[in-house]
Ligand binder design. Structure first.
Ligand SMILES: NC(=O)c1ccc[n+]([C@@H]2O[C@H](COP(=O)([O-])OP(=O)(O)OC[C@H]3O[C@@H](n4cnc5c(N)ncnc54)[C@H](OP(=O)(O)O)[C@@H]3O)[C@@H](O)[C@H]2O)c1
Length: 325
């Protein structure tokens, strides 16, 4: 080896030995990232252990708004074939009776009943309250409420009739608030229940053409999350579904006036079948587990939940004390 080669190899060795610490931040970053991933996975894995007991649909009373057509009808069939008693809620009586006939083919025992109620869930709260009361008198307290009635309208923002914005909020948002409000007191008294909201993928991301529809479905998320915090101490669980495009009469109607851009965006993903979508929605409502992002938020949600639980206990203790006086 020449003296020049010897010198350069000595310099390389010296650099290697003295600059390893330059890699230290990257190594530390990798270790922290691996720790976070492992921690989140662990939380996700233990979330079923802290989830509520699955709801038994056999013998349960399930109310499905929008149960006369599309996804709602398939949800009703899925619950009925598992032994539930069903109340179908929609406006058109003929469609309701037709759906009832379809459901009855899936009976698993001769006690099961399908009740039809015709009401506009978006008009007057008092009307919705009164029909839910009738349903509870006939089939017992509601164990699960599925808020599926809804409609989609697409169009360019400035071309959309102004009253469409109001209509969609009334049907898709208030039409879920009213039935939920009408069942919640009994559910709280019984300390059990499931409430399901059917949003949409357009309720997760705003898309071209959905300036009226998307906000009405985004609103359901705010409702679902706030309500869940309020009613969890009463053992009532809320689920929120975000179905993709699904082959239903509702979608066929919406497609008639879809802007080209909305159509092309929709075509980038396929169209699902309503029975498949319904199966997933029912399974998620029966076996409630926590989504990954809510798992990450477990710590602060846990501390908020404990505040709510503490207040509930205090309120009940003071109520009991007032009664004794
Ligand atoms: N299909 C899709 O691609 C898709 C995708 C994502 C989310 N969704 C959501 O899934 C739900 C069901 O959609 P779908 O496509 O199955 O619709 P659909 O076939 O048109 O069925 C809608 C149901 O809601 C009822 N309804 C509508 N307005 C009502 C009102 N004011 N009061 C009472 N009932 C009312 C309808 O009955 P009457 O007309 O007789 O009242 C019908 O039973 C909707 O909330 C929709 O936004 C659908």
């Amino acid at each position: 080896m020449s003296s020049e080669e010897g010198l350069s190899s000595t310099i390389t060795d010296w650099l290697f030995l003295n600059s390893w610490w330059l890699l230290l931040p990257f190594v530390m970053l990798l270790v922290v990232a691996a720790f976070i991933v492992a921690f989140v996975l662990l939380l996700y894995m233990i979330s079923p252990l802290i989830s509520p007991k699955p709801l038994k649909l056999n013998g349960a009373h399930v109310v499905v708004t929008g149960g006369s057509s599309g996804i709602g009808k398939c949800i009703a069939i899925e619950c009925y074939r598992q032994g539930a008693f069903i109340t179908l809620v929609a406006r058109d009586e003929a469609k309701l009776l037709q759906a009832k006939k379809e459901l009855e083919k899936f009976a698993i025992n001769d006690k099961q009943v399908v009740l039809c109620i015709s009401v506009d869930i978006s008009s007057e709260y008092s009307q919705v309250e009164s029909v839910i009361k009738q349903a509870q008198e006939k089939l017992g307290p509601v164990d699960m409420l599925v808020n599926c009635a809804g409609m989609a309208v697409s169009g360019r923002f400035e071309e959309m009739e102004v009253d469409r914005f109001k209509k969609l909020m009334e049907v898709n948002y208030l039409g879920s608030v009213y039935p939920t409000r009408a069942v919640i007191t009994t559910m709280k008294e019984r300390r059990m229940g499931r409430i399901m909201f059917v949003s949409s993928q357009a309720g997760q991301i705003g898309l071209f053409g959905y300036t009226a529809y998307s906000p009405s479905k985004f609103a359901l998320r705010g409702l679902a999350e706030s309500l869940q915090m309020e009613i969890k101490p009463y053992n009532i669980y809320v689920t929120l579904a975000f179905p993709p495009d699904t082959d239903t009469p509702g979608l066929a109607e919406e497609n008639k006036n879809k802007p080209l851009e909305t159509k092309l965006i929709s075509e980038t993903s396929g169209v699902c079948q309503p029975d498949q979508v319904a199966k997933i929605i029912v399974r998620d409502a029966v076996i409630v587990t926590m989504g990954l992002f809510r798992t990450i938020a477990l710590f602060y949600l846990g501390s908020f939940d404990s505040i709510v639980r503490r207040c509930m206990i205090q309120r009940e203790q003071s109520k009991a004390a007032n009664k004794r006086e």
